[in-house]
Write a protein that binds this ligand. Sequence first.
Ligand SMILES: O=C(O)CCC(=O)C(=O)O
Length: 272
Amino acid sequence: MTWMTTGQSGSSDVGADGQVPDELVAAYREHGFVRVRGVLGADQVERFRTSAEAYLTAHRAESLEKQGAFTQLVNVWQRDDSLRALTFDSRLGRIAEQLAGFPLRLWHDQMLVKEPHNDVATEFHQDRPYWPHAGDRLPLSAWIALVDVPPERGCMTFLPGTQDRTGLRPQDLHHEEDLFGLDPSLRWIPRITVPLRAGDCTFHSGYTGHMALPNRTDLARLAHVIIYMDEATTYSGTEHIVTDPLGLAAGDRLDGDTFPRPWSTSPGTKFY
Ligand SMILES: O=C(O)CCC(=O)C(=O)O
């Protein structure tokens, strides 16, 4: 079970070719999430953490989330050159495509911060039901730790194998029971909590049930999340903060400069 390997500081799952081993791809496809250690080196962690802290200080008041689970700043890549370099990182985009097995583009990024001593969990939910997407294969998110994130600082917990539970309505991530009320069988799935070192990330699919623990420490939990979608995704016509200003019609492709694909396909990637 690949999520059970111990995390030594400084170790990386990414090979010299920029790809992850086949067993991590298999784990992602079986369980709907996987941890990839060391996607960022120590110098990158330092640079991006400094940029994230400055961005947070400047923009905290603009958080989309108002009920206290986290500070949520969306599409930071459009406003900050340093953080754009992280969101556009080719190595991350190519690993995401290796895991997905098909070409992707950016849906949006977001900074998700649990401030020190924020005792509020992000409750279990799936991501894809929130999004105005149609005609797509399974999207996925890279949740990158910019500080060490042990359980007590608010790491994520996953419901393995739930990536096939499509068709549920959007769930309230402030409500502990909402997802389980929709599908009571999910309550009995073993829950896997995945601590991350700074520079590690998890990839989870848009339908994999997940939550994040409270932050009971003195340090802010800084996560940078890059959300990738099927390159062929179209607009469903439903409301969303990212698409509402764009004047789209249902059926339009989500592509172009707003939903970029700033990496080329890795020569080693086999699409199916
Ligand atoms: O970081 C969190 O608190 C929740 C993250 C999450 O739900 C996500 O990235 O999809």
